[in-house]
Design a protein around this ligand. Structure first.
Ligand SMILES: Cc1ncc(COP(=O)(O)O)c(C=O)c1O
Length: 433
């Protein structure tokens, strides 16, 4: 429950704060003051297991001591010198080269997910052959709220879409297949239709996609989906731009989700998993794409906060720990435990229409019943609130709850979090029935 101190703070800020907060913060009504590892503490002293890892940013948990030390040291030395080189930048480049597939050897640094997606779109526009003036995207994809990113997003999230000059393909949303087919007898027809689009439309310069669609509720593609689409893009000279703002940095059990799914992108955007919650984003690409006369124009990778020393040091510390402690391996181990435990919850609660995920990224779809599959956002909201009251923070979006805990989560915390979720679903369902 929200206590007196939190209620007071929320009432004071409500006088001035513009509306439009996320569903989860509006419904949650909490004021958090501290975070350590997987645990968050609110202003009334209540603790929560954070199974949303900030906003999928805290791969190392909250306030990892080595990241705090690196940021503190940097904060005492230098904060902003435009995009001049600083002492840590060369090392960060070398570390990224060691973590990423060898062909993704060229990098530019930004501050947010939308900003790095815009940077990728600028590269696409710069290198596109004459006449290729459209970009392909997937239904249910999310790429940010700036105008260029918004152009690729054809559903209402945040505020109204100005979705425009992009061509849409089917996403691999098996639970709600738009073609009313079932895997595997469908033969992954959705991918064949995307493939046909790509082959038939000579004006597409790039396909911008999330390998696993995160914001739409963790849509995991079936085997064969990306192979077919990737081949079609290669054969037709369409650049593959993997938006790994959410998945990049190990969340799905490989450093890039693309690697686990057999995709070989030309450009990759990453942000959430890069710098432990400090605003920082990375554009990675093949040198033959990023080192062309069209993309080398002065200023094309610069902005006020791009490449800033604090972000670089937070990223260097985060990725150093991730690599040294082999945390991506841990994601796979914990992800298997999570898969088993969630399968039991799926079995036990008929209101869970679908449970799907990879590594430490899971989506739970709440429905009125399994036959009609009608989405039940009210129940999902009730489960979300009940879980918070019990001491578990998850991520809510419509009728879907996402679970994405830190990679440093202890097995006992994983168990406890899923026990609390089980209890929250039981109690919310009983109240609703
Ligand atoms: C795949 C993807 N791309 C882009 C963005 C936009 O990032 P930001 O909110 O930092 O602008 C998000 C945010 O959730 C995302 O999940």
């Amino acid at each position: 429950m929200t206590g007196p101190r939190q209620r007071d703070l929320l009432a004071r800020e409500a006088v001035h704060l513009a509306p439009g907060a996320s569903e989860e913060s509006a419904l949650g009504g909490r004021v958090f003051t501290d975070g350590a590892g997987t645990v968050l503490t609110d202003a009334d002293g209540n603790d929560y297991l954070d199974f949303a890892a900030g906003t999928l940013t805290q791969s190392l948990g909250h306030c990892h001591p080595e990241v705090v030390a690196a940021l503190t040291a940097q904060a005492q030395r230098l904060w902003n010198v435009h995009d001049f080189a600083t002492a840590d930048r060369a090392e960060l480049c070398e570390l990224l080269a060691a973590l990423l597939p060898a062909e993704l050897d060229t990098y530019a640094f930004f501050s947010t997910g939308a900003e790095v997606v815009e940077a990728a779109l600028r590269v696409v526009a710069a290198v596109a052959p004459a006449g290729r003036n459209r970009v392909g995207a997937l239904r249910h994809g999310f790429h940010g709220k700036t105008q260029g990113a918004r152009m690729l997003v054809h559903w209402d999230i945040g505020n109204q879409s100005l979705a425009g000059n992009s061509v849409l393909g089917y996403s691999p949303y098996c639970y709600r297949c738009p073609l009313d087919l079932e895997y595997p007898s469908c033969g992954v027809r959705c991918a064949d239709l995307v493939r046909r689009h790509i082959a038939d439309k000579p004006n597409i310069s790039a396909l911008v996609f999330e390998p696993v669609l995160g914001a739409a509720g963790v849509i995991v593609p079936p085997p064969g989906y990306w192979e077919r689409i990737g081949d079609a893009c290669r054969a037709n000279g369409v650049l593959l731009v993997a938006d790994e703002v959410l998945t990049g940095g190990g969340r799905t059990g490989t450093f890039l989700a693309s690697e686990g799914l057999g995709i070989e992108p030309d450009l990759v955007t990453m942000a959430k998993g890069m710098a432990s919650g400090f605003p920082f984003a990375v554009l990675a690409g093949r040198h033959e794409v990023l080192r062309q006369p069209e993309t080398e124009r002065a200023g094309s990778t610069a902005s006020t906060f791009a490449s800033n020393p604090l972000g670089i040091s937070a990223a260097l510390a985060t990725l150093t720990v991730l690599r040294r402690d082999r945390l991506v391996d841990q994601v796979r181990v914990l992800g298997d435990v999570m898969a088993d435990r969630l399968a039991v919850l799926h079995e036990r609660h008929p209101v869970l229409g679908d449970v799907r995920g990879l590594g430490l990224l899971w989506g739970l779809e709440f429905v009125r019943d399994r036959t009609s599959r009608v989405a039940d956002p009210q129940l999902a909201g009730n489960v979300y609130r009940r879980a918070l009251d019990l001491g578990l923070r998850t991520a809510l979006g419509g009728h879907i709850l996402r679970l994405a805990p830190p990679f440093t989560l202890r097995p006992s915390e994983l168990d406890r979090g899923l026990d609390l979720l089980d209890q929250a679903i039981t109690e919310a369902t009983e109240v609703g029935s």
